[in-house]
Design a protein around this ligand. Structure first.
Ligand SMILES: [Fe+2]
Length: 277
């Protein structure tokens, strides 16, 4: 499985004694959805109210068991870090990189869509000139990645990656193809809800954020341990884009609105540093 390869190569890179991952991680891919559902419900009932960030010890998300941080974050002087943090300028990002439907010549297959939103700080102020990067599966639920062996077609006209800078009001916008759900090996018949991965570089190192945007009404929400690892319903809701008819374009595409809040009580859930699914 992909996460096991990751564990192995990381251990080797840091010179750690090699431990066969199979010895550490039982093969959980045969667990049923019912088993996962029961585990998710038990852990959510056991979670304090108002947790807006993911539970790192959410065991229904199997592969995170060995990868989640077990120690408190090491606090450092943020001003010192910012002396080293790179900053992107307008000349570094070409505006066409925000349109994932025109990258490789041909037209990608699928439901053409636009996603637009604002990047805000905890006080509602626009976060300007931010590098926003996205990556996603194609309409069939397939990534262009050698580890993604899901038997769905690759679209030769779709790379699934794009980036842009927010404008003076904090707005970003991408034109893309709606991604499909895809299977993963967390348990038997496990499927991820359709999602777009977002990365925000930030102007400060402490603003670095990686998260996922979902689509309204997805029937897989209740079954997905990554989505459900955020135990606060309000925080989960903030990861779901809203269909916005004003953003849809006549005979061309459907529009979605999704805002990202970097800090404060209503900040967007941030992905822990582990696998990308
Ligand atoms: Fe993904």
């Amino acid at each position: 499985m992909a996460h096991q390869e990751t564990t192995e190569s990381t251990d080797e890179a840091f010179g750690a004694e090699k431990v066969e991952p199979e010895a550490l991680v039982p093969d959980t891919a045969q667990d049923s959805q019912d088993t996962i559902n029961a585990e998710m419900a038990a852990q959510q009932a056991d979670s304090p109210a108002g947790l807006t960030q993911t539970r790192l010890d959410f065991t229904a998300y199997r592969s995170s068991a060995l990868r989640h941080p077990t120690k408190d974050l090491h606090l450092v002087d943020p001003e010192g870090i910012e002396l080293w943090a790179p900053v992107f300028g307008h000349r570094d990002v070409n505006p066409v990189e925000a349109d994932l439907t025109i990258q490789d010549g041909g037209e990608p297959i699928g439901e053409r869509m636009l996603v637009r939103g604002r990047v805000l700080d905890g006080d509602g102020r626009p976060v300007r000139r931010q590098l926003v990067e996205i990556w996603q599966a194609n309409a069939a639920g397939r990534y262009i990645h050698k580890r993604d062996q899901h038997p769905a077609p690759i679209d030769p006209s779709f790379t699934g990656v794009g980036r842009c800078l927010t404008d003076e009001e904090g707005w970003y916008e991408f034109t893309t193809i709606k991604p499909g759900p895809y299977p993963w090996k967390n348990h038997h018949n496990a499927w991820r809800p359709a999602h777009i991965h977002f990365s925000l570089f930030g102007t400060e190192f402490t603003q670095r954020m990686i998260t996922q945007m979902y689509f309204p009404g997805d029937p897989l929400f209740a079954l997905d341990p990554i989505y459900q690892a955020i135990t606060d319903q309000g925080a989960r809701d903030r990861l779901v884009a809203a269909y916005d008819h004003d953003l849809s374009r006549h005979e061309w595409l459907l529009g979605y609105r999704w805002d990202i809040v970097l800090t404060g009580a209503h900040r967007t859930w941030m992905e822990p540093e582990e696998g990308q699914h």
